[in-house]
Write a protein of this length. Structure first.
Lengths: 262, 262, 262, 262
């Protein structure tokens, strides 16, 4: 079979489209942000991406219907006079092997290049290993001009973070994007790394919506953040009472895993 | 070499054939059911599937003769007036890498599509992690119509199971089958997950034979189930006497492994 | 690069050539036997096989000169009137991934088929997990006729061994060989599995030389076997004295590893 | 995408160019030496090599700008009358799978062959597992003539080292280079294996510069070596005081890992 298969659902003409990528990763920040953006804008399905570099898996919906795991491109046509239409990439998984990550990213970029994309925003979480009350949004970009522009929007460029660079889709879409002549920015919301973090996703979206000059109502996301906070608090309280991690019932399971309750 | 090699043994014309898949997996339920169906119907060999995504292995029969590991398609011509001929896919292994699973499934589906297949039934086990006296058959399907039809045959569609979706051939044949325009159903027999489970395979076959309107005598399968029950009982008794798992002689071996005595 | 690259060193015409395969494996029995056969017959280099499925490694000879790891085909022209010329396959490694094993085996078989090979003998060790004083030679074959013929030469066909089939090149050359219309036999010398075992290799060669009607002087191989026996004895004695394995100085190293001193 | 993508930055004609390879590895000796040589000679960027066999990663510079991981070829035009121009290969990673190593090496060699390369020098470290005060430079080569020539330059050819051969790029460039008709030498600086070792890189460069008849000022490299020595000494002192490894704060981290502080 083809390594990566892109199924176009609708043929569209887009005006100087910008690609926003948000796939599962640290704190699921990128995916939460991209999915929320898509929902709030009412972006429409454009293409489904299947690949042998995803797990051999179908999801089963509550109604019993199966769906092959995929990535998905949606498009949003901006109001007349706006600078850019949007393409939003979300999905179930990143490629599960290094080679797969390259293959999928390259194929999606090629597809987007044909739609006229020249700019990419990748959304991600940045794990701090500690609770983050007021998450900053860290940045990395493909040019000095973009770095300066982003600083004006409140993005933090740190000399030391991310020290080891960016691993996975959020980095690769910028790095390979250059080979397609695209400029790009990675926006990383600080997060503990222990929980799915809608709070951090909100911080990322707040900046992104300004950058893209798009209105996004963050109320529902903040509501979700409060719910997660409550669950985290309850786990914490339980541990205080028993004197040991609440997850101790599952021997061998690292405590952090429990946290993924989004 | 070709990634997946399909060797056709006989050229046949089939009448609206339906594909039934049953490969090794949880409790070997799918494989047991498909192999038994094939045997009872006297289905004939149609094609052998070799692949570099199977282990590099030959089996040695009791007579000393070797056979390269493979998957196998058999066909069954239904009596005149019946709706569907059958294709039955069985074999020694599923592909041993995620990519291999995609490649093999896609190749077999492509082959079946050329034979006119439009419907797929995949058979599997669903591990409950506890002894299951009277196994239900859980389902997942590609459309709401199929879900409703299956319910009438006694298939259970649960909101929570299978929570993580279906991994492996039984899911992939449905998910990729959609890309070939095929509809499909996965039938999952509840099983402990500790033993090869002909009992669960029988539950699956009982429903499948009604769905396909095919007569299958389940006597021999039930006999096999009773044998396995006896062995399980003996192991259980031995443990009771010694106060520890009967398998404790093999240090480091998980107890469940012992159970695969089919 | 090509997945598997066969470099022909000399162009030859061979008379009904038979392929003998012996690559590294259990007790190195197959490799020892094939290399010894090649040396004793004075077989000449025919082709070198390189592959990305071997480790990315060069060997450095004592004189400081490097050599890329490979497999190698040698040929031997039998005296006039003999039935078969020989091709002997040896080498540094088997393919290091399952897919690689398939790719390399298929490529070599294709090459051999073009030279007229219709029969394959694969040589291997069969690990008994205990010291074997007088190793039997177990067999597996592609046809009932070959099984009967081999029995006459003293090859043992056991109902239970090898229970799990044959994994690796020795099985694959038979299994894939069938797809090239070749018949074949695997000869497995019993061995402990702890030591490189020239003694077992000798038992295999004794039978193979009768089967192929080729004279092979086994003196040097037996001498090597005696040396290994002495080393094993010394290790055993040292353990008796100290009350613990002689290899205990290297924490974590399994004792059996020590044994590979051929 | 292409498995390995070579982007030429400038079109050049080179005079009998010699390839010098130095990629990350033991003590980073090879990379340090190649990078330093490139810097000292003021070699110019010729081509960038991207590959799906590298990690899916971008580096983020201190100024916030990302760069996709790569290997890089630089060229240096020797003064008129000199025998050879130089090509210098450096980079962030070696291929991360065995197959990837073969693919990348073969592609780079093919590119270099088209530029006229007939000779390759690969630079590496040789781990002694103990502190090495005055590192020797061990060698391996593709011909007896080269071995003799290298001995005159002080390269040590040892009967026992490297016992297991060379694994990775430094070996593969010689082994695969032969298939392109190239001769080659591997120069291995002795090193502890615990630290990034500019001292060992200096020893390698001292010999290489004589072999290539190129002047290289080693002052800055020696300065870096002294800094590393100081850090190592401080770690050692801290351990003496506390009676345990200074790295004990990071449970589970092997002590040697700490040493990579270049």
């Amino acid at each position: 079979m083809q390594d990566v298969l892109v199924r176009t659902l609708e043929k569209v003409e887009l005006h100087q489209p910008v690609l926003v990528e948000g796939l599962p990763g640290v704190g699921n920040v990128g995916k939460l942000a991209a999915d929320y953006l898509r929902e709030q804008l009412g972006a429409k399905p454009l293409a489904t991406i299947y690949s042998k570099f995803f797990p051999p898996q179908v999801y089963v919906h509550e109604n019993g219907i199966v769906r092959l795991v995929s990535n998905d491109l949606a498009y949003w046509k901006a109001p007349a006079g706006a600078l850019h239409d949007l393409l939003i990439l979300g999905g179930d998984y990143q490629g599960i092997s290094p080679e797969g990550q390259y293959e999928i990213t390259e194929r999606v970029l090629d597809y987007c290049a044909q739609l006229g994309v020249k700019q990419v925003y990748t959304l991600a979480g940045f794990a701090q290993g500690r609770v983050v009350e007021d998450p900053k949004v860290l940045g990395a970009a493909t040019s000095a001009e973009l770095v300066e522009t982003m600083k004006k929007f409140g993005v933090v460029f740190s000399r030391s973070d991310p020290g080891g660079g960016l691993i996975g889709a959020s980095g690769l879409f910028l790095g390979l994007g250059r080979l397609f002549g695209m400029e790009g920015v990675c926006l990383m919301g600080e997060t503990s790394g222990y929980f799915v973090d809608p709070h951090s996703a909100g911080a990322v979206l707040k900046i992104l919506s300004k950058v893209l000059d798009v209105k996004v109502d963050l109320t529902a996301l903040e509501e979700k953040a409060r719910e997660i906070d409550k669950i985290a608090q309850r786990i914490h309280d339980a541990e205080q009472r028993t004197g040991e991690p609440a997850s101790s019932g599952a021997p061998g399971a690292p405590r952090e895993d429990l946290g993924y309750i989004g």
